[in-house]
Design a protein around this ligand. Structure first.
Ligand code: 5GP
Length: 182
């Protein structure tokens, strides 16, 4: 059984919703909390949704090798996976899931080849565009950038071990869970 699962896929495909659905019934699965230089959105809590850090702190974490992977996402802010909780989970034989972007997924596979890389795909590009526009938390320029990087991310689908299509949340969550338990 692979204990480290990376769930990646284009922005707005529904990674967060699928992960929440999985954790609802499986509190024993650990969700990695990323660090980011992005400011919190309304309702986001430090240490729960992300660890919100300054550029300087992020630099220090990189220098001290505290991040398992890190990347600039959507040409904007930096995001990274703290190494400690991943290593602890693996040492304790616990399942851990990373919800990160495609660049991060590649880096994880390089340092931990046993990682299970799952790509969450939209039912169609049109549906993905609809979900990005609908989300509406960013200004129009950011929406355009997200649309562009979503298409870039779709091109990486072949690098993944498995693809799950997120047509319906419960069904996608079930498929991811089965892959985690396979
Ligand atoms: P958001 O700003 O909407 O919360 O996240 C933007 C993107 O950053 C998402 O596609 C998400 O998967 C990605 N992301 C979140 N945390 C990490 C991380 O630790 N590493 C990497 N490489 N990407 C991340």
């Amino acid at each position: 059984m692979t204990r480290l699962t990376v769930l990646a896929g284009p922005t707005a495909v529904g990674k967060g919703t699928v992960v929440r659905e999985i954790l609802k019934d499986h509190p024993e699965i650990i969700l990695s909390v990323s660090v980011t230089t992005r400011p919190p959105r309304p309702g986001e809590l430090d240490g729960i949704h992300y660890f919100f850090v300054s550029d300087q702190t992020f630099d220090e974490m990189v220098e001290n090798n505290e991040l398992l992977e890190h990347a600039v996402v959507h040409k904007n802010y930096r995001y990274g996976t703290p190494r400690g909780p991943v290593e602890t989970a693996l040492a304790n034989n616990q399942q851990i899931i990373l919800e990160i972007d495609v660049q991060g997924a590649r880096q994880v596979k390089q340092s931990l080849p046993a990682a299970n890389l799952i790509f969450l795909a939209p039912p169609s590009i049109e549906e993905l565009e609809r979900r990005i526009a609908e989300r509406g938390t960013e200004n129009p320029e950011q929406v355009a950038i997200r649309m562009h990087s979503a298409l870039d991310e779709m091109a990486a689908i072949g690098e993944f071990d498995h693809v799950v299509v997120n047509t319906e949340v419960a069904q996608a969550a079930q498929e991811v869970l089965e892959l985690m338990q396979a």
